[in-house]
Design a protein around this ligand. Sequence first.
Ligand code: ATP
Ligand code: MG
Length: 166
Amino acid sequence: ELIDLTALFTQVLTRFDMLLDSEEYRFKNYKIERNIINEAIFVDVDSDKIVQVLDNVMNNAIKYSPEGGKITCTMTLENNQVLITVKDEGIGIPAEDLAHIFDRFYRVDRARSRAMGGTGLGLAISREVIEQHDGEIWAESINRDGTTFYIALPYIPYEEEEWGWD
Ligand code: ATP
Ligand code: MG
């Protein structure tokens, strides 16, 4: 299914803007900053599954952010890839845990994570989905200075047939 990833990500972020503006979240003053490429990017993906991945990464960013935290979301084209990044100002992920957060049921701090709810499956499912699409998902985190998630999906620009006479 050919999906416009720019429109898809924009819709997801608009839904999160509405969530953060709801009574449940408004007092926390989270902000989403967007820096999204200004053109349609058509990619052959399962849109429901990609939305599930984006939802999980966004939910994590919110879940582990302090009040007033900013979540910066970007989408760019690099070579033959669409690169999506979601950066938060939250508690971060210790280096020794970074390699494991995509494992099933892995959670950095069990007590802390239990209090946050969820199952610890979100990123395992996300990695499965992104790999099904021949893409990559990874994270970087610097001590307690927040976390950035990267999602790269292959992008082959659709070349229009050239019609002419020779
Ligand atoms: P679920 O997604 O099933 O509701 P979850 O969010 O705990 O549960 P994952 O999304 O798989 O599970 O994330 C795994 C673990 O990675 C989390 O429990 C948390 O410890 C850590 N983690 C994920 N995203 C972040 C983030 N943005 N900042 C800090 N820690 C994170
Ligand atoms: Mg999650």
